[in-house]
Write a protein that binds this ligand. Sequence first.
Ligand code: UDP
Ligand code: MG
Length: 319
Amino acid sequence: MKKETISIVVACYNEEEALPLFYHEILKIKKELKKTDVELILVNDGSKDNTLKIMKDLCKRNSSIHYLSLSRNFGKEAAMLAGLTYAKGDYVALMDADLQDPPELLLEMFAILKSEKDVDCVATRRVTRMGEPKIRSFFARMFYKLINKISNIEVVDGARDYRLMRKNVRNAILSLKEYNRFSKGLFGFVGFNTKWLEYENKERIAGETSWSFFSLFKYAIEGIVSFSTMPLTISAFIGILFCVISFIMILVIVLKTILFGDPTSGWPSMICILFLVSGIQLFCLGIIGEYLSKTYLEAKKRPVYIIKEMDKERTKREN
Ligand code: UDP
Ligand code: MG
């Protein structure tokens, strides 16, 4: 019988310190999984350090390691997509290079997929956010609450990208051709039977996180815009509400003037209202602009990533 293969896709951006340690841990896992082939697909997402060189060295040392190198930094989502496209295993795992995703869980995930035939994907979520700034955790929680309220797919709080899926789930993810990829939402969208494993947050083994507060904020907006049109509805609702309020105010002022002959006064209050209303107008325009810009990028049909080079073995297999 042909041996089954697990492909582990790892997006790497400036991971020169973490990568050798990661490789070491994966070797241990490989040893445990004797009856299964494990291939490692390392994706260099335009790193500015020696990540690519380390990948090439590892590749020379071990024939089950492959690498893809993107032409610049396209972001983790794009790097994962590139890896998934080139992962041909019967099972495909997504993992970070910084060992925040405990490799030993992979064994547990695989055992579940082997024994429970109705489970298509085993995913992980962290139950604590230890080692993360409090303010960041707070906003993350708020984000998950919000997105689950306003979109009809489920985005699990604390869900990591770390997961092991059957080939059919990988194919479903690849069939989604959108340019703006929010993979936590994409996994929710494609459905399938997902089992969740929980674990405590771990800190990165080496290097630094590449997510600043601002980039996380942008990522959150991307998630919302990709999976919900509720903000558009809300902005329309605010518009209607303000029309009603101003209509009532006009009535009150006209009646007051006719009945009591009150002179209309209050330049300062007028300016305040003007500022408020134009502020809200700009805010709503901004929301529309956000959707428009995403539509604009989708319409261009640009590739999500561009590959600069990959290992010879891969090139042979692809052509
Ligand atoms: N990563 C990437 N491209 C990027 C940013 C990050 O491929 O532009 C990779 C990074 O090398 C790591 C994973 O994505 O393997 C998770 O990144 P990080 O640890 O910075 O994120 P966090 O764990 O803090 O969410
Ligand atoms: Mg990390």
